[in-house]
Structure formats: structure tokens, C-alpha cells
Design a protein around this ligand. Sequence first.
Ligand code: LLP
Length: 386
Amino acid sequence: MKGLFPIEKFGHIRTPFYYYDTELLRKTLDTIKEEAQKHEGFCVHYAIKANANPKVLRYIREAGFGADCVSGGEVEASLRAGFPASKIVYAGVGKSDWEINLGLDNDIFCFNVESIPELNVINELAHQKGKIARVAFRLNPNVGAHTHANITTGLAENKFGIDMRDMVKVMEETANMENIKVVGLHFHIGSQILDMGDFEALCNRINDLQLELERHHLTVEHINVGGGLGIDYQHPNRVPIPDFKSYFNTFAKKLKLRPGQTLHFELGRSVVAQCGTLITRTLYVKEGYVKKFAIVDAGFTDLIRPALYQAYHKIENLSSDEASESYDVVGPICESTDVFAKQIDLNKVHRDDLIAIRSAGAYGEIMASSYNCRTLPQGYTSDEFV
Ligand code: LLP
């Protein structure tokens, strides 16, 4: 056992692989439940896109969360994992007919609708089935979360959602659609957000919008504020569980819910990121003139976040206690972006040493690809090693 990992039991497993600490996952889920339950009407959905490993989903479903999906495949994965359809929300700018039909056939809780053409198609398909589709409008609150540009979604100029200025018109027009019932408003401002001020700004926008809708005698049953709560990538050991208390308190204090209105959340990263680690084996240590490379058997096909977003993941050598030296940790893919970290200190690395790439439980395994004809990494939970 080195630190949190039973490395003596890793010997026979093909690397790279994902290791999920289910004790931490359970504690995280308990914390979310405990903090959310302090506030009336708070309902938490898990954003399947962060990690759809069935072993991980089982824990989340057992904790009683709903599911937030962005594709028919995710709706199917949630149903397979046992999430009740009555707790499934389904968002996405490009829902195809079979995906909409899947949601209708299963009577999911709500479609988060992102455009008027989509609304018309849902109305039409629901009509063919003699059903009433429950929808929430995804709105663009024009709140810029201070995070990486590629994961900011709440600004007016992007493909997601409907412009706030069109809202009253859209809701009035929808009132005449026979097979649509508007039940909610949906927002999502971005991901890896650590500044509660960004969520406060979202609350202010929603408060203004609700007042405006009420002036037109329009009301909704629920508000969905999306996901986005960030995690501490620098300190996975010191801060293994994000600050859910402040997060939920921010909404409880700043968002003016109407009597009976429920508030929905779609948390992804904050639920699963810290419990997951990518375990990789060192193939070679290459000594250059100015630096040393630890060449490992994981590449951006297994964890793309560093290559795609220049994301930081803490890296540790699980097999050595020798004095630290500086390394570039790189993968085997034939592209120069296949780098996990540059000039980081690791306990002296040797061939075959196991390397841990931490905080990889969210947007890790699920974003893996088979580029270079590589095998997809497997995921194992800690309870499989006892
Ligand atoms: N709801 C909606 C509508 C979303 O678009 C997302 C994430 C979530 C909820 C969950 O957000 P979270 O709680 O995980 O921040 N692949 C990127 C992150 C992309 C996030 C996309 N949307 C990464 O690796 O950082």
C-alpha cells in the first residue's frame, strides 16, 4: 500500500487503468446529500457525461440522485444503471429524433430545450405518440464563469440555449403547443467554477427573469441551475471533497424560489473527480541534455484533459521513495501534445514504476479514445481489491 493505493494488488492488471476509491465516492455522495437536504426543494442530478462507468453509476444511483443526460446513449446508460426515468433530465443542442423518442417513450422528467426548431420537433413527435412532453427552456444567462474558455458555456454568443431577451415571446408561443408542457427553466454557466460570486451572478439573473415572467403571468415549477462546481486539482489529499456547503448555501441565500418551486442541480466533476486516479506504468526513463523524460504507458487517449485544456493533474510515483528529481511525464502517442506534465518533481523514476495521475475521475475514462488503435482503459473500483 502506498498512500491511498493498494499497489501490491495492481501487479497483474494491465496498465493504464482507472482506479476509483469508492470510500471517497461514498463520503462525497453523503456530503452532497446532507448539505442539499438542509434546503427545501433541492434535487441533485448527476451529470452522466463526467463518468458513465457502470460501477461508479451504481453508487450514485444508490445514493438516490437523478441523472442529467446529453445524449440518447446517456439516457440508455442511466436507465441501465437503474436511475428512475422520473429523475432524468435530458439536455443537448442537437437531439436527433430517435433520442427524443427514447425520452418520450420512457416518460423522462424533462427535456432541456435549447432552440425553437427543437421545440417544434419535440411537439410533433410527442403528438405522434399522443404524449405531452415536459420541457424546460435552457437559457443563456450571459454570465461569464472565470474558467478555461473551452468549458465556459453561459455567455450570450455561443451555441447553447435561448437568449434571455426572447424568453417571454417563446413562452407565450409555447402556450399554444398542445403536446408541450413548460415545467422549468434551465441554466448552466460553465465548469470548474470555484468562485461563488459566479453562481451569485447566475442567481441574480434568474431572480430578474422570474420577475419579468411574472409580469406576463408566466410561472414555472422548477429552476435548474446546471452544474459547474470545481474541485481542488492541486490538493486532492487535502481537499478531497469540494465545498458543497458554501455551494448550496449560495443558492439558498441568493436565489428567490417561489413557494413550491424546486431547485435542480446537475453536478458532474464535483461528484466523481477526486475519487478517480489514472494508474500508469513507466516504460522508459529517457535522459536528455537538459531534462529527463518519464515515458509512461498512458497517453492522451486515456486522459485528454492536459492535452486539450492544458489542465493540471497532480502526479505521484507510487513505486519509489528515493529523492525527487525533475521530469517531463509523457505518453506514447505520436503527437507532441501527448504530455501530462512538464518539469515536475517525482521520486526518482525507474522502468516499471507505477505512476498515479490524480483527480481523474471526471472527464477521464469517459473521454478516452482508441486513436493509434490503442485499447480503451479499464476502470476498477477499490472494493474489487479487498
Ligand atoms: N449540465 C450541463 C448542461 C453541462 O453542460 C455540464 C458540463 C454539466 C451539467 C456538468 O458540469 P460539471 O458539474 O461537471 O462542471 N470535459 C471538460 C468539462 C466539460 C463540461 C461540459 N458540461 C473537462 O474535462 O474539464
